[in-house]
Design a protein around this ligand. Structure first.
Ligand code: KIV
Length: 298
């Protein structure tokens, strides 16, 4: 067996280096905004890779955007793992975070660690994300203790939206803002490497930021956070459902897709597609022989 050690020096020095947890901490320290996006399959991962984002989240928002469920609640661990494994195959450099789905980690530390391990072993995720403070703090600590990095998620936590009174901004009273602060600080103390702040007042996020040492990624939390995340389908305009206030559309890909498919349908119906340039040829002699054999065979 060869004893040649692996070289720690990358083969191609022009290639961007993989995004690591220390790199994210460094970005926070330098005030260099962290760019995070969700992805749910191989092509969306390749888009994220080519666009040069820092972190890719296989969000349980995929339950709605790609699987068609009415909320994030029904998606199973197996479904999330299939999405995450496809994303892994399309990524090289961004940090890959897998979202632990509702019901896959809340019951016990053992359940949380076992599910997190599946995301790492079966889907190749670098880290996992879980929602809420409360009992999720102990779950986060158990997963971190098992050697898997954890991203926390506070504010609007869609898995428990019903208990929060619906898909509404959180932390809009002093008491509720304090609850968000307590959850965030507890998750940091539990060892989370990063947090998501979802749908909280920008001023509350701004007050909280100096109290947190780990990178915070915002979605509907204003500009004070260390980075931003958006749902792939929201930002590209692929998803036809309700878009939350914080989702800015940077493209209208759905309209382009519908137009493309409609044009295809029209060309099939008119006979304009396929054209000669889409056909394969056969040598004249071969075709004659084939025709004769076909006739001889009756
Ligand atoms: O599931 C998801 O897409 C998320 C982001 C909104 C952070 O949790």
């Amino acid at each position: 067996m060869s004893a040649t050690p692996h070289s720690p020096i990358p083969q191609n020095l022009d290639e961007p280096l993989p995004v690591t947890l220390p790199r994210l901490a460094e970005k926070k320290r330098l005030g260099d905004p962290i760019v995070m996006i969700t992805a749910y399959d191989y092509p969306s991962a390749q888009v994220a890779q080519d666009a040069g984002v820092d972190v890719v989240l296989v969000g349980d928002s995929g339950a709605m955007t790609v699987l068609g469920y009415p909320s994030t609640v029904p998606v199973s661990t197996d479904e999330m793992l299939m999405l995450a494994a496809a994303v892994r195959r399309g990524l090289k450099t961004p940090l890959l975070v897998g979202d632990l789905p509702f019901g896959s980690y809340e019951a016990s530390d053992e359940q949380a660690v076992a599910t997190a391990q599946r995301f790492v072993k079966e889907a190749g995720c670098d880290a996992v994300k879980l929602e809420r403070g409360g009992t999720s703090v102990a779950r986060a600590e158990a997963i971190v203790d098992s050697g898997i990095p954890v991203m926390g998620h506070v504010g609007l936590t869609p898995q428990t939206a019903t208990a929060l009174g619906g898909y509404k901004a959180q932390g809009r009273t002093a008491a509720r803002a304090l609850q968000v602060a307590e959850d965030a600080l507890a998750l940091e103390a539990a060892g989370c490497f990063s947090l998501v702040f979802e749908a909280i007042p920008a001023a509350v996020a701004q007050e909280l930021m100096p109290h947190l040492e780990i990178p915070v990624i915002g979605i509907g939390a204003g500009l004070a956070t260390d980075g931003q995340v958006l749902v792939f389908h929201d930002l590209l305009g692929i998803y036809d459902g309700h878009a939350p206030r914080f989702a800015k559309r940077f493209a209208d890909v759905r309209a382009a897709m519908v137009a493309g498919v409609a044009e295809y349908a029209a060309e099939v119906r008119s006979g304009a597609f396929p054209g000669p340039e889409h056909e394969y040829s056969i040598d004249e002699d071969e075709l004659r022989e084939f025709r004769e054999s076909l006739e001889a065979a009756g």
